[in-house]
Structure formats: structure tokens, C-alpha cells
Design a protein around this ligand. Structure first.
Ligand code: ASP
Ligand code: MG
Length: 443
């Protein structure tokens, strides 16, 4: 069997839902299990509704109502099945009641948010049935067992595997296509939880892991992972295959197609993940595989336009022990996650994604080292299996940068041989990506 996950945009209008039906039909021999997100923007609207004052409340509520009623009338017009109308109406009732309550707990927020995925999955299951594919909506509350971290719950593998198999396998035996809610789960006590924003990809991976799927398909609105952001590099192309390590690296660097946690269960169970485009179903997409036979290569170039660079300098560091530990302890205490690190005898440079909690950390650090914070830099990362082993790779990179008069402030070679990162002035980041893509990526 395979798991196919469709995102918010893929369920947002009749034409895309018809595409889902077509894709499901094509894949029917592989016993597809469908996972869906809420209709595009609905989770955001539910969050806004929860904090809306009485003026905005009705307005936002109407938007949620319209998103669904327009969708079903777009799909079926006057022939909309009564049960669908009733399901949406009753979900909207629950939404109004929960959102209208003042001072909601995190658990109540999850009880509110789950309705987005409940409604979309009901509509998709109905669309599949009416197109001649036997189908049933399944709430992931009956499959994915999580801890009690409401809003960002983590699944409990053994319990989840057991429940998922028990519920889904009999459906598949009867030739029924399950349509499962993404994003949600339930505690052992049965209270609804959500697993973090954008979590439906993760749900698909958890379900694929639990059922031992042959493949996990993530249907989204782009043709896959690209050799570079196509908004920066016009000639960027989708990659046909990447390794899990390359994909994780790209996800961490902001390739928005995959939630970085998504791949963990898939890796564990050795299941390939495919990224495909609902708006262009014929495109081959990107396959993310565990065992790859890539020789050294540069697969893609990614970037972050703005990062924060911190330079720490202290002669105390010279030949002393535990200095780095002291520095990193300060960052940890302030809940700051460090991206790149470069160390010399008397200085340490680190890069951070943003300056959240930073003032506090710098105040502490400045008691035992001199501190400089620099903000107008970004990072360009070259990602690929065995990248450092490519003959003369550094020379090639620096020849290109020299020609373009691009100055590198800091460099980091991942010890895992998958990433070369360059810290560059923000204003030169895009030019750097373009030059390196032109010079180094073979299309
Ligand atoms: N609907 C959820 C969100 O918007 C989950 C998802 O779309 O993956 O965060
Ligand atoms: Mg998403």
C-alpha cells in the first residue's frame, strides 16, 4: 500500500479535488491511503477566530463557512448530498461554541483546530465515493496516539502502530480507500491533539511508518525539490532523486515543501517519500530515498537572506578548557538554536536564524568575552552527498565568487560531508546563489 497526502491547496477547490479522485483511481492497485490537510487557510482562520473580538468574530466565522459551502457547491451544486451539508453545519456549530469561549486552554484550541481536517476529509471521502471509489473518512484520533503536549504533540510509536493497523487494514481488505485527517491525533485518554503547524506531512509519514507503506507521496503545489529557489534562479530544475540527508538539509534551509520532522518515521522504516504536484500531476516529482548511490555531487543551492552573526572574542580562550561549553550553555539557557559555528584559537563565530531572546544571552556573554552582533549577512548553502570530496570543490567555489567580487565572511564545512555553507552579505545572497548555480550545477 501507499500513503498519499494532499495539502490545503489540493483540497481547496472542486477542480483540485477532482484531480485527487483521478490520482486515487490511477493508484488504486497500490491500495492508497489518503491523508488530507484542512482546506487552505482554514487553520489560520480558526486560530484568528479563537482570538477575535466580537466585531471580527462573525466576519471570520463567515469566511470559514464560505470556504466549505463554496467548495461543496462548486463540487456538486444542487446535488450536494444532505449528509455532507449536515456534517459541515454541525462542525461549524462546534467551532462556534468552542471559539466563542473566553480563555481557551491549549487542549481546547486543539479541539477547535481539528475541525479543519475533519471537514476536509469528510468532503474528500464523499467526493471519492461519488466518483465510484469506495471510500471512508477516518479520524486520526482513532489512529495516532500522542503525548499531552497540546499544540505540538509527539506520537507514541508502539500505540500508534497498533491502532493504525487495527483500523486501517480491515478497510483496505474490503477495498475501501481511507481518507485520514492530517495534523491531529489523540492522547491515550482520547483527547484531541495537534502535532504542530504544517503537520499533515508528518501525519502521512507516521501513517506510512505504522502500516509499512511502500511509498509516501506528498502532493503539494510545486514540482518537487529544486536545484535552487526558482524565484531566485530561473533555470532551477526539480531534482528527480535526493537522499534523505540531502532532503533534511534542504528542509532545514527553508525549502518549504517538506516539514523537517516529516522524514524521521519514513527513514526509520526505510520508506521512500515522493514529492508531487497536484497542479501538474504528470510531472515526475522528487523521490527521497534512503539508500542512494550518488557519487559526490552538488544537488542544490539554498539560502537564507538574513541571519544574525555573533562574533565572540576572548584571549581567555587561548589554551583554556571549557570555554566553548560556557558559551554554548548561555545560548542553550536562552533557548537559542545555533546554525553554523566557526572557531579559532581566540574567537568563536556563530550564526542564528533570528535575534529572539538574544539580548539576554549577549548580556551574559559580554561578562566574559567581547561580543559583536552583525545583522546584514545571510547564508548560502551548497548541499549534496559527498560534497566535500568533489575534486577541487573549494577552489571552484572561490574562483566563481572571486570573479563576482563576492566576499565570504565565514565558511562552514559540515563534518558529515553534505553541506558547505558560506556567510555572505545579505545584499549579495541572491547573486551568489545564481553564480554558483550557473557555475556548479549540471542540469
Ligand atoms: N492544517 C494544518 C496547518 O495549516 C496542517 C497542515 O496544513 O499540514 O498547519
Ligand atoms: Mg503543508
Amino acid at each position: 500500500m501507499i500513503v498519499a497526502k494532499f495539502g490545503g491547496k489540493s483540497v481547496a477547490n472542486a477542480s483540485n479535488i477532482k484531480t485527487i479522485c483521478r490520482i486515487t483511481k490511477q493508484e488504486i492497485k497500490k491500495h492508497p491511503v489518503i491523508v488530507v490537510s484542512a482546506v487552505s487557510q482554514v487553520t489560520n482562520m480558526l486560530l484568528a477566530l479563537a482570538v477575535a473580538d466580537s466585531n471580527d468574530f462573525n466576519n471570520i466565522f463567515r469566511q470559514i463557512e464560505n470556504a466549505h459551502f463554496n467548495l461543496i457547491s462548486d463540487l456538486w451544486g444542487k446535488k450536494t448530498p444532505e449528509n455532507v451539508k449536515m456534517y459541515i453545519a454541525s462542525s461549524l456549530d462546534s467551532i462556534k461554541t468552542i471559539a466563542g469561549k473566553i480563555d481557551k486552554t491549549k487542549a481546547e484550541m486543539d479541539r477547535l483546530l481539528m475541525h479543519g481536517e475533519m471537514m476536509s476529509s469528510y468532503i474528500v471521502a464523499c467526493a471519492l465515493s461519488l466518483s465510484g471509489i469506495k471510500s471512508e473518512q477516518v479520524s486520526a484520533m482513532d489512529l495516532i496516539v500522542t503525548d499531552e503536549e497540546f499544540g505540538s504533540a509527539e506520537f507514541i510509536p508502539q500505540l500508534t502502530v497498533k491502532k493504525t493497523k487495527k483500523t486501517i487494514e480491515p478497510l483496505l481488505k474490503k477495498g475501501i480507500v481511507p481518507v485520514i485527517t492530517g495534523f491531529i491525533g489523540a492522547t491515550e485518554k482520547g483527547e484531541p491533539t495537534t502535532i504542530g503547524r504544517g503537520g499533515s506531512d508528518y501525519s502521512a509519514s507516521i501513517i506510512g511508518y505504522s502500516l509499512g507503506a511502500k511509498e509516501i507521496q506528498i502532493w503539494t503545489d510545486v514540482d518537487g525539490l529544486f536545484t535552487a529557489d526558482p524565484r531566485i534562479v530561473q533555470t532551477a530544475k526539480p531534482l528527480s532523486e535526493v537522499s534523505f540527508k540531502e532532503a533534511s538539509e534542504l528542509a532545514a534551509f527553508g525549502a518549504k515543501v517538506l516539514h523537517s520532522r516529516t522524514m524521521r518515521p519514513a527513514i526509520k522504516a526505510n520508506i521512500p517519500v515522493k514529492i508531487l504536484n497536484t497542479l501538474n500531476p504528470k510531472s515526475p516529482g522528487t523521490k527521497i530515498k534512503v539508500d542512494t548511490s550518488f557519487s559526490s555531487r552538488i544537488a542544490a543551492i539554498t539560502s537564507k537572506k538574513k541571519i544574525v552573526l555573533i562574533n565572540l572574542y576572548s584571549t581567555e580562550m587561548l589554551l583554556s578548557k571549557g570555554f566553548l561549553a560556557r558559551i554554548f550553555a548561555v545560548f542553550e539557557k536562552n533557548n537559542i538554536s545555533i546554525d553554523l559555528v566557526s572557531v579559532s584559537e581566540v574567537s568563536v563565530s556563530v550564526t542564528l536564524d533570528n535575534d529572539e531572546n538574544l539580548n539576554n544571552a549577549l548580556a551574559v556573554l559580554s561578562k566574559f568575552t567581547s561580543v559583536a552582533k552583525i545583522s546584514d549577512f545571510g547564508i548560502v548553502s551548497l548541499v549534496g552527498e559527498g560534497i566535500v570530496k568533489i575534486p577541487h570543490v573549494m577552489k571552484k567555489i572561490f574562483t566563481i565568487l572571486d570573479k563576482q567580487k563576492i566576499f565570504v565572511k565565514m565558511i562552514s564545512l559540515g563534518a558529515t560531508d553534505i553541506n558547505i555553507s558560506l556567510v555572505i552579505e545579505s545584499s549579495k545572497v541572491e547573486k551568489t546563489v545564481r553564480s554558483l548555480h550557473d557555475g556548479l550545477i549540471k542540469l
